[in-house]
Ligand binder design. Structure first.
Ligand code: SAM
Ligand code: DTB
Ligand code: SF4
Length: 337
């Protein structure tokens, strides 16, 4: 992964060099897991200062991008992702529903637009889309795009030719998460491999759709493994344009329900490390905001998060009400973009 001319140093000077490098636009920094762990280990104020410095070099620190999510196909999924309430094999309250109708999707997109969202993300509980499933989704993408919204989809693994069709329909972003570090991945999911995920991301990149890829924190992984996830993302030939960092939302009936809760400060540290290692990416504070409270969310924005999901529902779980987010943004002087 690491290029031969890359400076691999894990002392503080190395971190400084990497920080300086990552502040230069168009420079790809390569990060070792040890270097990222060293970031996590910094005194909190030093870490936040570094994250703010990097953030301010590339972004307006008071602007947060807002995306709205809609589950266009809920439940009944064949996969075994240990965190997911939509997997058919786990006994959760989520029911298997058919693909939504085009008009209902467009009505939801209009509402999202009226509420100030700039991007509309459509999610489906599939291992991947079958051709007969993809066709109605292509129509949804084209029509949402025609409404003047950026489009995003998360439909699972893509087969050859499918990314091209999504591009043709006008898709701006494809979300497909690596979820965790390669070493921890097998503890969480067995029905698809890490390599499968990387291949889907390659297909998305190859047709010039923006990549949205991140993971879930708080699944019982170690700090090294949190750093390992960030290293995978940051060391991509082109890091993802958008990096969702989800805090595990524990849902009764899923295998990960009952996992020890992550210390919230460790979550903030993860956001800061994502910001420093991916200076030009939008870092999205994703699932888990409902349980965080304003203080932790404000720290995440300070640490460099500059995107959220907006609207009272994620896919199947709760998200803060838009009115609560508006109040928080007003308190913090944050503008929506
Ligand atoms: N089925 C598709 C797939 O797996 O790629 C798309 C939808 S899937 C629900 C999208 C992402 O949501 C997952 O990769 C995972 O990172 C995140 N996610 C799912 N359940 C979650 C939970 N309980 N807590 C936090 N994030 C979750
Ligand atoms: C992502 O990284 N987080 C979003 C989006 N991509 C699709 C999904 C979060 C799902 C949380 C659990 C649920 O609501 O079902
Ligand atoms: Fe299915 Fe996606 Fe949930 Fe995994 S995360 S069970 S693939 S909906």
């Amino acid at each position: 992964m690491l290029e031969s001319d890359t400076q691999i140093v894990i002392n503080t000077d190395g971190l400084k060099a990497n920080l300086a490098q990552s502040c230069e636009a168009n420079t790809v920094s390569r990060w070792s897991v040890a270097e990222i762990v060293a970031l996590f280990e910094l005194p909190f104020s030093d870490l936040m200062y570094r994250a703010q410095t990097v953030h301010r070099a590339s972004f307006d620190p008071n602007a947060v991008q807002v995306s709205t999510l809609l589950s266009i196909k809920t439940g009944g999924c064949s996969e075994d992702c240990g965190y997911c309430p939509q997997a058919a094999r786990y006994h959760t309250e989520v029911e298997n529903e058919p693909l939504m109708k085009l008009d209902d999707v467009l009505a939801a997109a209009q509402e999202a637009k009226d509420n100030g969202a700039s991007r509309f993300c459509m999610g489906a509980a599939w291992r991947g889309p079958k051709q007969r499933d993809l066709e109605p989704v292509l129509k949804m993408i084209a029509e949402v795009k025609a409404m003047g919204l950026e489009t995003c989809a998360t439909l699972g693994m893509l087969k050859e030719g499918q990314a091209e069709q999504l591009k043709e329909a006008g898709l701006d972003y494809y979300n497909h998460n690596l979820d965790t570090a390669p070493e921890f991945y097998g503890e969480v999911i067995t029905t698809r491999t890490y390599q499968d995920r990387l291949e889907t991301l390659d297909r998305v990149r190859s047709v010039d759709i923006n990549v949205c890829s991140g993971g879930i924190i708080g699944m019982g992984e170690s700090r090294n493994q949190r750093a390992g996830l960030l290293a995978q993302l940051a060391n991509m030939e082109r890091p993802p344009e958008s990096v969702p960092i989800n805090l595990l939302t524990q849902v009764e009936g899923t295998p990960l329900h009952g996992t020890d809760e992550l210390d919230p400060i460790e979550f903030v540290r993860t956001i800061a490390a994502a910001r420093i290692t991916m200076p030009n990416s939008f870092v999205r504070l994703s699932a888990g905001r409902q349980s965080m409270g304003e203080g932790i969310q404000a720290m995440c924005f300070l640490a460099g998060a500059n995107s959220i999901f907006y609207g009272e529902k994620l896919l199947t779980t709760a998200n803060p009400e838009a009115s609560e987010d508006q109040k928080l943004f007003a308190k913090l002087g944050i503008n929506k973009i």
